[in-house]
Design a protein around this ligand. Structure first.
Ligand code: G1P
Length: 295
């Protein structure tokens, strides 16, 4: 019997140094993409895939994250008194989205270490991990497809994106075999951020994972790797190599993904999502065409 997957884990303890000084006193996950904090897109994605139990792995300086998903009764009362239902709905939405839980990472010892902090909360169930820096366009399907594959195969499923060889050193890279199912591959090996020119393929791991609970024992045995950090990729490599807990499969994503951890990509995401919005889009698109013509 397979367990229905209902828990999402979102590591959000990173320092966000690429966005200094914006992230000096504010977590990077709270940076707005148009008018919504990046983290809210990620929680909405989890909820849309049926995961309404969300555990965030946070760190120091992250109180704003908890506050964002909590009620603000004074603001609600003010908006209520003004009869501003639209803004009230915006304020209340993030509060009612999911059942939010928080645990602090303590020592920042890598992504694998952050995921290990979820062990108590997750227990012996498969679960999803969503990395806040990767924004998947809500119009494209990824996580629900990964969950289906993980449930039907009782295996670990990761998200893969084909990248240019020059970008491979920024990602975990997977060696894969065909499975006979469209866009689903079997992962035979994984390496975290291989040096330029040595990547075994162009299949990059992007920040969505559906993991089996055995990952926790494997992570406990995984020594620090790249950057002297406990790498989730290294634990997944163990599963891929041994076939333990059903082995590892990849869903190849061909939709729109934005890396909001990178300043240029963050700006592109903001521009694209604003241009495609019904409220802001027409005026913004007209302006940007005029602006670009003058460059
Ligand atoms: C992490 C993972 C890496 C993965 C990437 C996707 O790296 O360690 O394997 O490819 O996320 O965004 P980070 O970008 O957090 O350094």
């Amino acid at each position: 019997m397979t367990t229905r997957i209902s828990k999402a884990v979102i590591p959000a303890a990173g320092l966000g140094t690429r966005f200094l000084p914006a992230t000096k006193a504010m977590p990077k996950e709270m940076l707005p993409v148009v008018d919504k904090p990046a983290i809210q897109y990620v929680v909405e994605e989890a909820v849309a895939a049926g995961l309404d139990d969300v555990l965030m792995i946070t760190g120091r300086n992250k109180n704003a994250l908890e506050n964002h998903f909590d009620r603000v009764t004074e603001l609600e009362a003010t908006l209520q008194a003004k009869g501003d239902a639209e803004k009230l709905a915006k304020v209340m939405h993030s509060t009612s989205l999911a059942q939010m839980h928080y645990v602090r990472q303590g020592d920042p010892r890598g992504l694998g270490h952050a995921v290990l902090r979820a062990k108590m909360h997750v227990g012996h169930e498969p679960f999803a991990v969503l990395l806040g820096d990767d924004l998947i366009d809500a119009r494209d399907v990824l996580l629900s497809r990964m969950i289906e594959e993980a449930e039907s195969r009782t295996a670990t499923v990761i998200a893969l994106l084909e990248v240019e060889p020059e970008a491979a050193h920024l990602y975990g890279i997977a060696t894969v075999e065909e499975t006979g199912t469209d866009d689903v591959v079997r992962v035979t090996g994984l390496v975290e951020k291989p040096p330029t020119g040595s990547a075994p393929s162009n299949f990059a791991v992007i920040g969505r994972y559906v993991l089996q609970p055995e990952i926790f024992e494997v992570l406990e045995q995984t020594p620090p790797g790249k950057g002297d950090e406990i790498q989730l990729t290294d634990a997944l490599q163990t599963l891929a190599r041994t076939g333990q807990a059903g082995g590892v499969y990849g869903v190849v994503f061909r939709g729109r993904r934005y890396d909001t951890g990178d300043r240029l990509d963050y700006i592109k995401a903001t521009v694209r999502l604003a241009a495609e919005r019904d409220d802001l889009g027409p005026a913004f698109t007209a302006w940007i065409k005029e602006y670009a013509a003058g460059l």
